[in-house]
Write a protein that binds this ligand. Structure first.
Ligand SMILES: [Mg+2]
Length: 452
């Protein structure tokens, strides 16, 4: 692994997050098997460790496991996305105090960049866990690594070492630093890699995982031995990038991260602080539009839109403010206008004058297959999202696909909804990217050039 001491990311992840949120307010649920069910109580979207031990799989339909209520004392709760959105915001605030750069990746995961920080990271991770637990009641695991993929993997090892003792060394439970493992020599790191299946690696989905297994590549140790050119040819540039990250070379930028499974998040730290509501409206409009585009790209609809704004805890001279709100939608939708207007309404409700805002974000919760949402629209008889007529709804969905196609072909932001402003106006809220490495593999402009 190349110079793991130079850069360290942490991934902080809430354990069984939705269940943990529920347990904070209903301590009697601690120790019992608990699941949270998706919209309309369709299937399990979160499971306590006890529920996992009963063999309940992620996405298990409720009717198939309902008998466990009587047989195994299982508690099933309907999802409460407003609660989860609020708990997430509290957790992210505490986590964000630990490093100057925080990237919120999903409702319960954020990356911290510890570049240049020389503290003992495991001790720091333990303190972080304790502070989040004391402030919110949410248990977390913390993984450190020189790349985001390794930090993700370290987090997985920390979580698994706690939940299923035996697979990994017990001292890695809850807080695991793969950078330190690398420094101690390769023996134990190699052992960890041999104990980890390729399917556990960030961005390696079930399909690639099956292809790798068929090719005799079962573990992370097998995967990192493969030749990069071969990986690119037989699999993809994305997998090549993943393998480079596993070997310790940073190459995943924030925008190119593999998608989170259960939420869609778009957030940014602002290059310079933002004071005015109309500038925040522009930023939130862009984030919500991008989130809606990703949503449609994966064939989903959303039932709840969450928006947050906050000042920087590192600008001690500034008055501090942080707030979030989750707006439930009347009908699940993939419509940019419906999503943007909910996000902007939420923003207007939480905005306070006189603060220097450093960060804002939009998150889509309660994702469900678009067809399901569409079926529901049919049932209510011609009334689409935002009270549009059925035909109007279908036209809107065609318009959204057209916008997505144009943006894919001509670049993001070619077509947007009106409140996003225009490119001609220099936006003070755009992200500072001076510490971003080149997008070698995903941007034509930044591809490395070989000269003969
Ligand atoms: Mg989690």
């Amino acid at each position: 692994m190349s110079s793991p001491s130079l850069a360290q990311f942490a991934l902080v992840d809430g354990n069984n997050f939705y269940v943990s949120c529920e347990r904070v307010f209903r301590p009697a649920l601690v120790g019992r098997p608990v699941i949270v069910l998706s919209n309309n109580d369709g299937c399990a979207i979160a499971r306590s460790n006890e529920a996992k031990a009963l063999g309940i799989k992620m996405g298990a339909p409720w009717f198939q496991i309902k008998h466990l209520e009587a047989d195994a004392n299982l508690v099933a709760l309907s999802a409460n996305f407003e609660l989860y959105g609020d708990m997430s915001d509290r957790m992210m605030q505490v986590v964000g105090r630990f490093a100057p750069v925080q990237e919120i990746y999903s409702i319960d995961e954020s990356f911290l960049d510890f570049e240049g920080i020389r503290d003992d990271l495991v001790t720091l991770g333990k303190r972080l866990r304790a502070e989040v637990l004391a402030a919110t009641g949410i248990p977390t695991c913390v993984g450190f690594g020189p790349t985001k993929t390794l930090a993700k993997l370290a987090n997985h090892i920390g979580k698994t070492a706690e939940r299923k003792p035996g697979l990994y060394p017990a001292d890695l439970a809850q807080v695991c630093n793969l950078g330190a493992e690398g420094k101690q020599g390769t023996a134990r790191l190699g052992q960890l890699f041999r104990a980890t299946e390729v399917g556990e690696v960030w961005g390696v989905g079930p399909r690639i995982s099956a292809q790798l297994n068929a090719a005799g590549v079962a573990t992370v140790a097998d995967l990192i031995k493969l030749d990069l050119a071969t990986i690119r040819k037989r699999f993809s540039v994305v997998l090549e990038r993943t393998v480079m990250e596993l070997r310790g070379t940073r190459c995943i930028a924030f925008d190119d991260e593999p998608a989170a499974k259960q939420q869609i998040m778009c957030s940014r730290s602002f290059g310079t602080p933002v004071l005015q509501l109309d500038e925040l409206v522009e930023a939130v409009t862009v984030f919500a539009s991008r989130a809606a585009e990703k949503l449609r790209g994966q064939g989903s609809a959303t039932g709840a839109v969450s928006v947050f704004i906050r000042t920087s805890p590192f600008r001690k001279q500034d008055r501090q403010y942080s707030q979030s709100v989750t707006v439930p939608l009347r009908r699940p939708t993939g419509d940019t206008h419906a999503i943007v207007s909910s996000a902007v309404r939420g923003l207007e409700a939480i905005y306070r004058d006189g603060y220097r805002y450093a960060k804002a974000g939009v998150m889509l919760l309660d994702l469900q297959p678009k067809d399901l949402a569409q079926g529901e629209l049919d049932l209510v008889g011609g009334s689409g999202p935002d009270g549009t007529s059925h035909d109007e709804g279908r036209d809107r969905s065609r318009l959204m696909s057209a916008i997505d196609r144009v943006n894919q072909r001509y670049g993001r932001g070619s077509l947007t909804v009106a409140s996003a402003g225009t490119e001609a106006v220099a936006k003070s809220w755009t992200m500072r990217q001076d510490r971003r490495t080149q997008r070698y593999t995903t941007s034509w402009d930044e591809m490395p050039i070989a000269r003969a």
